[in-house]
Design a protein around this ligand. Sequence first.
Ligand code: C2E
Ligand code: CA
Ligand code: CA
Length: 553
Amino acid sequence: MQRKILVVEDNEINRAILWEILTPEYDVLEAENGKEALDILAVDADKISLILLDVMMPVMDGYTFLDHIKNDSRLSLIPVIVMTQSDTEADEIAALSHGATDFVPKPYRIEVILHRVKSIINLRETAAMINELQYDRLTGVYNHEYFYQMVKKRLEEDPDGKYTIVCSNIDNFKLVNDAFGNKAGDELLKEVASISMRSAGDTGFCGRIGADRFLVFQKTEIERKDRASFNPEIDFGASAIFKNITIRWGIYEIKDRTIPVEQMCNRAMLAVNSIKGKYNQFFKVYDESLRDTLIRERMMTQELDRALGDEQFMIYYQPKYSLKDNCIAGAEALVRWNHPEFGLMSPGEFIPLFEKNGYIPKLDIYVWEHVLISMNEWRKNKIDILPISVNVSRADAFHFDIVNVLKELTYKYGVDPQYLHLEITESAYTESSLMIVETVDRLREAGFVVEMDDFGSGYSSLNMLSRMRLDILKLDLEFTQNETSKKEEESILEDIIAMAHKMHLKIMAEGVENESQLQRLKKAGCDYVQGYYLSKPMCEDEYLKLIITAKEA
Ligand code: C2E
Ligand code: CA
Ligand code: CA
């Protein structure tokens, strides 16, 4: 394929000469002035290998034209040879200072022109190729292949140096793209790339791996200093869109140099994956136990279906109490996994995993159905039914039509929806608010009671409250414990409760562990309480015994 050269020259004779010189080897396009040349470039910029430019031209002179293309990122990489009137130093300087790649003096000498044109095109293309091979187009950091190569090289050159690989990940990057568009997504990536470059400093470097992950290779001592002064509030400058973006880091300190570089990077990635979605945890250092956890997690995921079929999951009930009436007001259903090998596992060990890998809906539906089966049996056995709360994961709303599933299940087991309370975790509200608002409305229309779980656990939600119609606000365990330990003047507990009441919401506090917390909540006007001080989660039989004796008393 012949390379294309654009000749910009007003003198017809000169154009003819150049055409004569160049056409045996090149495709020649011609323009009479800068403006015409810009029109051609607007269409064909990608196909043009080089521009030969005259300086003195009507309409738009050569230097004005040069200024134009040097300011346009699509054009600025096309090499330009300026044809000067003479061979003086002043002409040379003028050409080069306007961004020309090279210059040739008039009158033309065939050999000189052909030689310059050829070598400049060559140089440009080699540089472009190397660039393509080494750098990520969007952000300018190394691409992952080249990053691996450079790490390898540095480790060989510096056998005693202590180095660390850091892998970053942006929470819900896909959502940013979906919600704000790919352009905003690109901007965010560029910001994260420049954050990474800053932290790499002069002695390190960065690469991009996958859509939203960056790798930083740096001196261990520098990375440790960064870590010590770490501040999760990243400054994204003026960009308001990015206010709620969380970035997390996984850290692998290179100790074993015998493993391949790719695996070192994997370890950093593993570390960052392990804190995905965790509240208030922004970095994680890789250690061997992480690998064991991963193996165990993979096993649990593979076994989930069988475990559901074998009924390995058990439901415990933790009573809730009404402070007004001084009696049991129902219970929260909490799942346990009775694993044949690992024994009784608490939900903390598997719920976050299933939320992360998208399996949680299966388990939640299982729990809801088994709770309803039990309630149906209680009713048949003439046991007074009190409301039972089940947990609803934020992922559920994205995976299936919660409202219909719950309607069908309650219908199937003859349970009035008002006896099923739904605890939706607070972070769900902040993440995809519009959709959740709508789902909550539909759930309440269908007669279910909706509780906001974990209120006060850190996501800003006061705002959200005014936009949502809910029934009950459930104060997070830590929030309850912290606020009740403060003096009344310093605590916001009383204000939150008063505000909730104004909005016709009931308040439930979880994590009540002693008498003083209980008294404080009572005084503040809290409606319901739950906690080890009153009752721990218990198996179904025990729970039934409790409500039957409570009724007799
Ligand atoms: P959660 O919904 O905030 O549930 C309260 C957790 O606090 C329960 O832990 C409960 O046993 C514990 N707890 C209750 N009172 C006290 C207390 O006085 N002091 C202390 N220190 N802890 C107390 P559990 O059963 O380990 O559940 C942990 C989390 O797992 C739950 O937090 C919930 O988010 C999730 N979970 C449990 N069952 C399910 C389920 O069926 N589906 C889903 N999606 N999540 C579930
Ligand atoms: Ca809950
Ligand atoms: Ca909680």
